[in-house]
Design a protein around this ligand. Sequence first.
Ligand code: SF4
Ligand code: SF4
Length: 330
Amino acid sequence: MKRRDFICGLSCMLAGFGLCEAKTKMIPQKKCNNPSKDMYIPINKELSEIYIETTFHCNLNCKSCDAFSPISKQEMVKYDEFLRDFSKIKELYPNKDIDILYLGGEPLLNPDLLKMVKKTRELFPNGKQSIMTNGILLADMDEEFWNSMKNNNVKLRVTCHPVDIDRKKSELLAEKYGIELESDVIYSDKLYDINTHKVTKNNLENSEQQKKCKHHWSKPIMDISGSQDYIEKFYTCVHRCFGNSYFNGNLYLCWRHTHLRVFSDYFNLNIPITKNDYIKIADVKDAKEINDFISSPNKLCSYCKQCHNTCFNGKPKEWGFSEKDISEWT
Ligand code: SF4
Ligand code: SF4
């Protein structure tokens, strides 16, 4: 670590403990979405939103998938562990409505998803619940699914990749059941057939829709040498302002930490992931222990090049099917 970076990191750490606020630029939490390089996001975070990594695998196979789904095994959140851990979180934060976002892989592949949605609503009556899905299965979901979305006030966030599927049917179903459906379209002038992998030109309707959307497919940049300055990254990365990530009993600082093991195992990278890199909910004594953990830098950020405002403005690249090559992620 460079000397300047070390001093910078140290001052940030002290600021984190409220000891030298004047030495470190702090910005209000509301500016979290657009921090500039010389601004540091305040810490002392309190748990407020959890991303449940419902499953690691997916029914699509996107190049550079953030969750490393093309190279992951079929792992799912176990319902009994979810029940134990989220009941405990409720005990630790009795007056708080925690917001939940179900992520993956593809959350609709987890057979316990509706049970989790129902239990979450019981535990956190006024918390937001959303499911981030690629939308491929939506049109075929049954009445039980749509009623569950309605009865538990769940929003659907659909990441529409440029694949040739019938989106109209799921939009009509969402409308019929009064479900809020938010579409996030990936820009592409090509259309991919998920069965044959054939590529055609995207039609005008999609292109017009896509023109309105700023979301390009950008490459997540991993640093397999682990030489990024994790303290600086921690204090400047917008992702830290968002939810914390849950998978099978453990809470992680960032969703990327949760999935890092998949990347490491598949490419035999031996990235050390230790018990200091997550917190086991079952062993937690009080809410402060969780709040302290999510408010502290974590070494796993040294494997991630994504930071500052490049988190959302990475160089756009064409969407495509994964060939499971490490160059997609590095
Ligand atoms: S839809 Fe694509 S990017 Fe999203 S989890 Fe599946 S493979 Fe990954
Ligand atoms: S630097 Fe990377 S791993 Fe660390 S919080 Fe930001 S996105 Fe997550």
